[in-house]
Design a protein around this ligand. Sequence first.
Ligand code: NAP
Length: 258
Amino acid sequence: MSTADKYTVETITDVRPWTDALFSFRTTRDRGYRFVPGQFARLGVNGAAEGSIVWRAYSIASAAHDEHLEFFSVVVPGGQFTSRLSKLKEGDPIYVERKSYGFLTTDRFEAGKDLWMLATGTGLAPFLSILHDFDTWEHYENLILVQSVRTQPELAYEDLIRGFEGSEYYGEFAHKLRYARIVTREPVPNTLRDRVTKLISSGVLEENIGLRLDQERSRIMLCGNPEMVEDSRRILIERGFRMSRRGDPGHLAVENYW
Ligand code: NAP
């Protein structure tokens, strides 16, 4: 395959900063680009050497039916990719591999009534895409979104998440969504304070959400900080949950973020 077959050249159409280190951006989308909500794209930006491209995986935050692609990023100190990416402006080019990747998708599960989506930091992105998938709303009785960040300004996308209620398209389903916010490094009203791992172990998360984590009903997705993913996975496996594997659906699907 030639490089031109491997990726398309897209354009940044919008950049939205949330904090000094956290931003979202949109790009144009090739008409042939396909993905399943929860998957990631591989994005390229021009590197330091003439003609070089630096590539990195990014979960897609936008809906499968959107005409654009949206991504949610943190600037990694000293990171080759994100330091370049964070300087991009509307109108700049960005490369998008034609293929989409990853298994953090609801088709890994069978049955199940409650879909738990546990995110830290920018690990929220795939869940935003999944939340725009009408099939998910139809299939599950409850959608539980848990967003854990260090400080209040990092609670990105709150308006979008709260906006399902009252939305022309999603309004009829919106009562299914239960949204818990965790801010771990400062006190913020109406948020939880402990790490999600501790909240699962202590039972406080279930109490707060008003639903039990049980193998019959619950399907659980974890995305974000690799230690959070690993620790949560261990706690849940100890409680009898099983990883979903290709051709062998279980209760858990995970994606590490770095
Ligand atoms: P983060 O350290 O991942 O924290 C986000 C949330 O996850 C916080 O509430 C944090 O709680 C919680 N958390 C962290 N470890 C956990 C664990 N083991 N179990 C349960 N919860 C846990 O912070 P971030 O702001 O999203 O990212 C921080 C840094 O990570 C960035 O500045 C960047 O350097 C790096 N990062 C790198 C990449 C990459 O692609 N290379 C991508 C994203 C982030 P606490 O406050 O208690 O820690």
